[in-house]
Design a binder for this molecule. Sequence first.
Ligand SMILES: Cc1cc2nc3c(=O)[nH]c(=O)nc-3n(C[C@H](O)[C@H](O)[C@H](O)COP(=O)(O)OP(=O)(O)OC[C@H]3O[C@@H](n4cnc5c(N)ncnc54)[C@H](O)[C@@H]3O)c2cc1C
Length: 375
Amino acid sequence: MSLDYDVIVAGAGMVGAAIGYGLAAHGRRVLMLDGADTDFRAAKANFGLVWAHGKGYGQPDYQRLSLSAVKDWPEFSGRLEAESGITLAYEREGGLHFCMSDKELCDRAARMESWQAQTPELSPTTQILDRGELLRRFPLLRLGNAVAGASFGELDGHVNPLRLLAALQAAFIARGGHLRTGHAVSAIDALPGGGFEVKAGVHRACAERVVIAAGLGSSVLGQMVGLDVPIRPQRGQLLVTERLAPFLPIPASGLRQTGEGTVMIGVTQEEVGFDLSTTSDAAARMARRALQILPDLAKARLVRQWSCLRIMTPDGAPVYASSRLYPGAEIALCHSGVTLASFHAGAYARALASGSLPNSLNVFHHDRFNLQKVA
Ligand SMILES: Cc1cc2nc3c(=O)[nH]c(=O)nc-3n(C[C@H](O)[C@H](O)[C@H](O)COP(=O)(O)OP(=O)(O)OC[C@H]3O[C@@H](n4cnc5c(N)ncnc54)[C@H](O)[C@@H]3O)c2cc1C
């Protein structure tokens, strides 16, 4: 059977679309198969932060990966905008993590110091700002009395995630890639002579390699090619206000003002399985904290509340793995697909195109979960 494609990517969400876009730059014939609108799609409902500060606490490799991804974002987004013709509304002027008491600020400072110390080879990119310094730097901020200060990550930023997804898919097609939506992969079979036959209902296509990047749909697909990765859904709820005049100059964890003026307030972390409900309890908690930080929000009208599910691995770090039983099958999973999009489209896709993942990514193999169990 002739191979129709070099690579088939299962999933065209935030991770799959970035990988497909990257692969298509290397002259590979790439087919991207995506599921249905009824699938869980974190790509379409996330918070839009491009964020490294504090990420990978106790996990220096994940910290390095996140920092490297945010450093690559300006170049990545510039190229993607030029190729897709879609403005991403990406801004990188830093990000804040507000602390609501002196004790919280002290604890945050200690945590950020340990986080920074994990990677002594990298120059520091975070600072602790007390309330006075915060107000000096950001005179627009009208902070609640309880705000004692914040940690500040100078490489952090935010983007419109819907435009990011649309741009990745459009630029993938512009690079010669083939995208089929409404084609959920139903089977992946290894071919005797090498390569894979991928079935999506009655449709089938063959390729030398297959990359599983189907978010929460990846568990089922991974099992077909020896990539049995333990993932679980974790619910995140968000609130959105009406459009307001600019008053939050840079994004914060759980609080950001979009280019259109709406304010996104979030985000919960709930272990409730595949339940996508929204709750008034979560809305009250998120709104209360937001009002403590920015009391002026009390007058804002809330226009929407929604939830979506994170793709969580047991330790929260990404999984990048090649199948040992079925060479040529890969899996890529993470819960920060917006932040890591520059990596997926860049170094990760380059490595796939060259034939194999570098040893530096071995730490992200899901074997680590079995080793943790034995230990
Ligand atoms: C509340 C919330 C807030 C978040 N905020 C941020 C943030 O601020 N910054 C950040 O970096 N990340 C954030 N994330 C995480 C980010 O959204 C995800 O990491 C990212 O969307 C994961 O991309 P993915 O492609 O793996 O999965 P998804 O984006 O969910 O896409 C999976 C795709 O696979 C398709 N699919 C499923 N099954 C199949 C199949 N059998 N065959 C073919 N296709 C299939 C689906 O249709 C879907 O299109 C947030 C997530 C949540 C839940």
